[in-house]
Design a protein around this ligand. Sequence first.
Ligand code: NAD
Length: 421
Amino acid sequence: MADPAAGEAKDAWDAVLERLDDAAKLTGIDPDIHRKLRIPKRVLEVAVPVRMDDGHLEVFTGWRVHHDTTRGPGKGGIRFHPGVNAREVSALAAGMTLKTAVAGLPFGGAKGGVRCDPRALSLGELERLTRRYTVEIAPLLGPDLDIPAPDVNTDGRVMAWLLDTLSMLKGTDVATSVTGKPLSVGGTKGHSGATSTGVLVCARAAFKELGLDLVGGRAVVQGFGKVGGPLAFLLASAGMRVVAISDVDGATYNQGGLDPAALADHVAAAGTVAGFDGGDVIKPDEIWEVPAELCVPAALAGALDVGVAGRLAARVVVEAANGPTTPDADHVLEDRGIHVVPDILANAGGVTASYFEWAQSRQGMQWEEDVLAARLRRSMEVASVDVWARAAQLEVSLRRAAFAVAVERVAAAIAARGIFP
Ligand code: NAD
């Protein structure tokens, strides 16, 4: 990938490279393998022409990136967002390579995105965009090649359109090529809350390690979407007080603890947490200063920058979002003694549930819900123990330890397979 123009601010891909380079140094992996991991395996950019409801043609740009597929087929979500670009999708794909390695899943790293504002699209436009994007990236997709899933602004409905389009193209049902599907077409019951469940497992582990009480502790959450929404319920059920929640349009605060069910009802009606009468109005940017034990960024990359890191009032950050903390902010948080459970561990519950869904689709059978829940919890606990142990052994932050674990596992796979030809 081309380097950014001189003088440009660091972006998500720069952040991945910085952390990858650090992990390579920390673990002493083969420099040839390190060099290989610094460049995505393939970056496909596609034009996505869509006939809009008023009759004119809009041409969107989309991407599908495979970062590394040595440990298995590419796995990663698809996001629809106005800010998506090739470097961000590549960074997210690299994150999936590392995340699947930390979680011990037999996948490589992939990600997709379309630069669009889904909130400005009608349902019909959204479906046509999804179907055309699917056709354009179809050569890269398949159960043993690359298996997409939902991400920011995409959901089970979008996955069902993707599955249907791909099945029409191939002339055969390809349920094994997509995860995060609706239950009616082979989805799994635990999928929607899996990422949040994994975040809670990581928060519990961190609180235990640090001697903090989860019950009665205060939490702030940025984002009330597919991850932040269920997470607020899980944190409250675990005995925490969720004192502040923000989304793209506003934020709400209640020192006594927000009622997640009432807030979900409000969001279902109003489309935002703003205006919730069970809390006071604060600005979205003010949630960082709300005194709390736990902070969970569950929105977009780069939210926790140096400025936010300097005034963050929480003691533990568990990264539900991908790439929410910038590398410079990492240093500030470390200096301030704030522990960060990194994204490649903290939000791995989603891809773990995707792995279960993929396995079930291949087997043609549904696992029982309690089996799924127990396997998910166990898998996240094992990954968490691995990272905490490596952090203690290397005497480094959890982020550096998680990258070290991941890079070693990927490097071992590349070394075992060798470089073709
Ligand atoms: P989503 O689109 O369902 O929700 C995103 C939420 O973030 C919304 O509430 C939105 O209003 C809010 N948001 C956006 N910009 C904001 C801003 N500037 N300030 C405050 N809030 C803002 O997306 P999601 O699936 O919940 O994903 C959230 C994050 O978690 C992303 O980084 C995603 O990559 C990551 N993630 C998601 C999953 C998953 O299972 N969905 C798995 C792993 C990681």
